[in-house]
Design a protein. Sequence first.
Length: 278
Amino acid sequence: MSKKIVIGLDPSDYTKTALDIAIRRAKELGSVLVGVTVVNTEDIKDSVGGAPVGAIHYAEKAVEKNLTLAQKRAQDLIANFEKICDKNNVKYESFIKDGDPAEEIIEEARTADLIIIGIKTHFRLEHPDVEGETLEKLLKESVAPVMAVTEKPTLPTKLLIAYDGSTQSAKAMREYIHISHMLPFAKKAYLLNVTDNIEEGMELLKKAESYLELYGLDVEKIIKSGDPADVIFETAKELGNVLIIMGAYGHSKLKDIFFGSTAEKIIKDGSFPIFVYH
């Protein structure tokens, strides 16, 4: 169940998709939506730091202008969020925060079930065309599962579940199942295990397959060898129109490299939504 959903609000079309999915979910389950946008005052001030003595006046004016612009955009984002929720008779809370966008969203999501955000983020409200790293921070630190959506409003019709038998991958798979009716048309699930040991990999996937079939999913098992990050990304491209489900792997150096490289490929490409849980 996801009775409380946090949506990261920035000026991009990714936010429109995130809000559309969240509204569908809220209308079905009576969920409360929490709209959060962030003005990073310190970042705006730092962006014109180091100005020579003669240019300090102009730097201060630039800071004032950028702060005013960011605050106005934040107010507009919240007003639009509230308008859409009211139109759809959805309960909501809304916040304009001041600080690091990822940290503020994480803090709000400590008492929520799910975060929905764009796979590309634009939280520098004074420069909305600039992409940021808010999602990467969320994927590493959030206590709530994160669904990062693409710019396209079309919902994925298939699931690609990266499953290696680890606690993290099992948690991600199970957590997604609990909200699976958010995407009622995604009934085809591809279970992917990246290993050189085909027999061992198939045994792992058989157990996961039995679990998923209890929830009415049509499951196909895939065993591949190679670099996990490359394999997951390339398999997603082969299948097309998939939601990638994966765990945020541990804290060891090797696992951080694996998760980081996989997430980096997916985020940079921007074509596939992802669902990640610690």
